[in-house]
Write a protein that binds this ligand. Structure first.
Ligand SMILES: [Fe+2]
Length: 453
């Protein structure tokens, strides 16, 4: 899964590109619309200006022949052909209207409008923007000059409806074009952002996996640029760290194995200090593992339980022979020293951190379910499970083994006596598991060994 900080980079990159794209597109759109509007306006005005001049020329020549029909016809034709023309008029030198597309106004006096002057050309044509009854209009006035004589002027007024219509039509097309560009741009920017951030995301995941000890295979190198080089360096580093980690794990495993072997030998040596305890730890391990299976422990837990059993009396290495091998009942002080083997065992196992996990079992295998055991007087479920299992197996093996001062108990007597201790010395459910284990192991009486717990 992609780590949160790199999701943010991807979002940031996408957002940045998108904002840039939207800003650029909008700016271009506004500029294009403005240019388009100016272009359409210029075209309309040019056409009107050209038309106004043509009428002025016709009117100039007609004055020579005193023919009013020609300009009159020309005015009406132009008005009919150009619906955006508000009106066309020929005005005499004294502002009398000679020709008008609205015939009712012929003979009346032309009143020049105010308005804003847009431009004036070299030939004297004026273009003004005026406010008429139908809204904003363009008024084009061209002088009628013939033989350098001013004979009046042609006034042509264009309304903006056609202009606005044309602009709106062009604007729609431009909006469609820019919307398409924006859509393609957004898709492209998302793909680009994904393409650019993907190697970074994978690199980030790789670092996380390496940190957690999961990664060992190289990352895919997407490009030959700086990012590609960084990925290659990361792969080299991963290979080096993986090799070193494997080597370290191997050393740690070897070390633990060596230590476990040493403690096994030590445990066996303690058991072998006299004939009575020979094989005790191994038998306790065998019964305990079967009990562990009965209560559903997993493979690793069973392995741990077995080693803990082999270690359980390792502390007896510090008990002097005068106490450990005494042919008779122990004095109170001697018994007290003997009981300290659980603490000595704790000390020995604490020397290696990898063996620390066995300490609870070793330390507490003489605790009683009712809390009257030693060394810490733990009770009930506070007694570690391995220790509680081992306590049952340990007592069974000790009671069914003989001692110099007493015969070994039979299995039947031992079981009867142990049953009586269920809920006092032993956890009741583990006692049941022990009885089932006993049947499966088909253990018989093994006299001849001296049991110590
Ligand atoms: Fe013990």
């Amino acid at each position: 899964m992609m780590p949160a900080p790199f999701r943010k980079i991807r979002v940031k990159a996408s957002l940045f590109v998108l904002l840039l794209l939207i800003a650029t597109t909008l700016t271009l759109y506004v500029v294009t619309i403005r240019i388009m509007k100016e272009h359409i306006l210029n075209e309309v005005l040019k056409r009107a200006e050209s038309m106004s001049r043509s009428i002025a020329i016709v009117a100039g020549f007609s004055s020579l022949s005193q023919d009013i029909i020609a300009p009159d016809t020309f005015v009406f034709q132009n008005k009919d052909l150009n619906p955006d023309f508000e009106y066309v008029a020929i005005v005499g030198p004294n502002d009398e209207i000679l020709v008008h597309s609205d015939m009712k106004r012929v003979g009346t006096t032309f009143v020049p409008s105010g308005g804003i002057l847009i431009r004036r050309d070299a030939e004297g044509t004026l273009i003004k923007e005026v406010l008429g009854k139908t809204g904003r209009l363009f008024e084009i006035t061209s002088p009628i000059v013939f033989m350098k004589k001013n004979l009046g002027s042609v006034v042509l007024v264009v309304n903006r409806s056609m202009l606005t219509g044309a602009q709106k039509k062009a604007q729609k097309t431009i909006v469609l074009i820019f919307a398409s560009i924006l859509l393609v741009g957004i898709t492209g920017s998302l793909l680009l952002s994904s393409y650019l951030t993907r190697p970074i995301q994978e690199l980030s995941s790789g670092v996380e996996e390496l940190k957690e000890g999961k990664r060992s295979h190289p990352l895919r190198v997407y490009s030959k640029d700086e990012l590609g080089r960084l990925t290659e360096s990361f792969n080299e580093m991963t290979a080096l760290i993986t090799a070193q980690r494997d080597q370290l794990n191997k050393y740690a495993g070897d070390l633990e194995e060596a230590y476990v072997s040493t403690v096994r030998v030590l445990a066996a040596a303690i058991d072998a200090r006299d004939d009575y305890t020979l094989g005790h730890s191994t038998r306790v391990a065998q019964i305990s593992v079967q009990m562990g299976k009965e209560i559903g422990l997993g493979r690793n837990e069973l392995e741990e339980l077995e080693i803990a059993c082999l270690f359980h009396d390792v502390g007896k290495i510090k008990i002097p022979d005068s106490i450990l091998l005494k042919k008779g009942k122990l004095e109170p002080a001697e018994r007290k020293e003997m009981m300290r083997h659980t603490e000595y065992g704790t000390e020995i196992l604490s020397k290696a951190s990898s063996l620390a996990k066995y300490i609870p079992a070793v330390r507490h295998h003489h605790e009683w379910y009712d809390g009257t055991g030693y060394p810490d007087g733990l009770s009930g479920d506070k007694i570690p499970l391995q220790a509680a299992i081992m306590a049952v197996a340990d007592v069974f093996d000790a009671m069914t083994s003989g001692r110099p001062y007493r015969e070994a108990h039979t299995v039947e007597d031992t079981v009867r006596e142990m049953r009586g201790q269920s809920g006092i010395q032993f956890r009741p459910d583990l006692m049941d598991a022990f009885l089932r284990s006993l049947e499966k192991l088909r253990l018989g009486i093994h006299n001849g060994g001296r049991g110590t717990t």
